[in-house]
Design a protein around this ligand. Structure first.
Ligand SMILES: Nc1ncnc2c1ncn2[C@@H]1O[C@H](COP(=O)(O)OP(=O)(O)OP(=O)(O)O)[C@@H](O)[C@H]1O
Ligand SMILES: O=P(O)(O)OC[C@H]1O[C@H](OP(=O)(O)OP(=O)(O)O)[C@H](O)[C@@H]1O
Ligand SMILES: [Mg+2]
Length: 282
C-alpha cells in the first residue's frame, strides 16, 4: 500500500481531494474521517494538518504527501518536492504600514510576525539582518495594529487582506508557492507505486490544461495549420473523403483554444471542434 498524506483543512484541502478524485482515487465523504483505505488502488490516505505533512513524510512514516511549498520549506523537514500541482498559488511576502521600511535591509532591530518562522528566519539570515521573529497562528495582519510587530511576513494571493489592513508590500517575494507533492529526501526515485501515482496526477494536470481540437482543412494549408496546433507530440492527420481536404486532430492549451480557432478559421479551416479531455497518460 502506498501511504499518502492529504491536507485535512484550509486552502489546500478541497482542491487536493478534488484532484485525487479526478485521478480515480476514493476520497472521504465525511471531513472527520482521518484515514481512508482505497483497496482497489492499493493506496491509504492519511488526512493531516497541512503544516504537519512534510514532517510525516520527512520522517519516512508516510511515502508521499500533498502540501504547500511554503509549508515544506518552513518545516525544515527532510522532504523534497517532486511534482507541482498548480493550485493554491500564492507569494510569501513582507508587508508593513507605509513609512516603516522599504526593504529587508532596513528591518534591523524590528519584530516580524509570521506563521512561517522558519522561512522568515532563513531569509533574514541570508540577508544578514538581525531582527526578531514572533510566531502567530494566523490573522498576522492584525499584529501590526496591535503593536506586536512592525513588520509581517504572510501569504499573499490577491492582496485584498493586506489592503484591508492598510498595509503595503515590501520588496520582492520571499517565495512563490503552490501545492506540491513531496517525498522523503533521497527516497528511491524508481518506486513503481510512486511513479504510477505521479503519472495519474500528471494526467489530471494535462486533462485540465489541454483540450482536443479537430478541424478540416485543405491539404495545401495543412503545414500552416499544424504550426498553430503542433500538439504535444505531433498532430494526427487523416484523409477526408472530400478530395484535397484532411482532418487534423491535436491537443491545444485550453486557455489558447478560442484564439487558435479564430486563426484556423481565417486560414480556411472548417468544422473546428474542441472537446474536453477527461483523463490521460502521456
Ligand atoms: N489565500 C490563499 N491563496 C492561495 N493559497 C493560500 C491562501 N491562503 C493559504 N494558502 C496556502 O495554503 C497553505 C496553508 O494552509 P493552511 O491550512 O495552514 O492555512 P490556510 O489555508 O490559511 O487555512 P487556515 O488558516 O484556515 O487554517 C499554504 O501553502 C499557503 O500558501
Ligand atoms: O491576498 P489575499 O487574497 O487576501 O489572501 C491572503 C490571505 O489568505 C490567507 O488567510 P486566511 O483567510 O487563511 O486566514 P489566516 O490568516 O487566519 O490564515 C493568508 O494567510 C492571507 O491572510
Ligand atoms: Mg490561513
Amino acid at each position: 500500500m502506498l501511504r499518502i498524506a492529504v491536507p485535512n483543512k484550509g486552502s489546500l484541502s478541497e482542491p487536493a481531494s478534488a484532484m485525487l478524485h479526478e485521478a480515480g482515487y476514493k476520497q472521504r465523504k465525511d471531513r472527520r474521517e482521518l484515514v481512508l483505505v482505497d483497496g482497489d488502488n492499493e493506496v491509504e490516505f492519511f488526512f493531516l494538518r497541512p503544516r504537519d505533512i512534510a514532517v510525516y513524510v520527512g520522517s519516512g512514516k508516510l511515502d508521499i504527501g500533498i502540501t504547500g511549498r511554503d509549508l515544506l520549506l518552513d518545516s525544515g523537514a527532510a522532504a523534497e518536492e517532486i511534482l507541482r500541482l498548480g493550485f493554491a498559488a500564492s507569494t510569501f511576502r513582507y508587508a508593513t504600514r507605509p513609512g516603516t521600511a522599504r526593504e529587508v535591509g532596513e528591518f534591523g532591530g524590528m519584530t516580524i510576525a509570521t506563521s512561517f518562522p522558519g522561512l522568515v528566519a532563513k531569509h533574514l539570515a541570508d540577508n544578514g539582518v538581525d531582527a526578531s521573529v514572533v510566531r502567530l497562528d494566523g490573522a498576522v495582519e492584525t499584529a501590526i495594529q496591535l503593536g506586536v510587530a512592525e513588520i509581517i511576513a504572510d501569504v499573499v494571493e490577491t492582496g485584498t487582506t493586506l489592503r484591508n489592513a492598510g498595509l503595503e508590500i515590501i520588496g520582492e517575494p520571499i517565495l512563490e508557492s503552490e501545492a506540491v507533492v513531496v517525498r522523503r529526501t533521497g527516497a528511491p526515485a524508481d518506486d513503481p507505486k510512486v511513479r504510477q501515482f505521479l503519472r495519474r496526477m500528471q494526467g489530471v494536470l494535462v486533462a485540465r490544461r489541454y483540450v482536443m481540437m479537430d478541424y478540416d482543412i485543405r491539404a495545401e494549408k495543412v503545414e500552416q495549420a499544424v504550426a498553430l496546433t503542433p500538439g504535444l507530440e505531433s498532430p494526427t492527420i487523416s484523409p477526408l473523403h472530400h478530395e484535397g481536404w484532411v482532418a487534423v486532430r491535436s491537443m491545444v492549451p485550453a486557455r489558447d483554444a478560442q484564439r487558435i480557432m479564430d486563426d484556423l478559421y481565417d486560414l480556411g479551416a472548417r468544422a473546428i471542434l474542441t472537446t474536453g479531455i477527461h483523463a490521460c497518460r502521456l
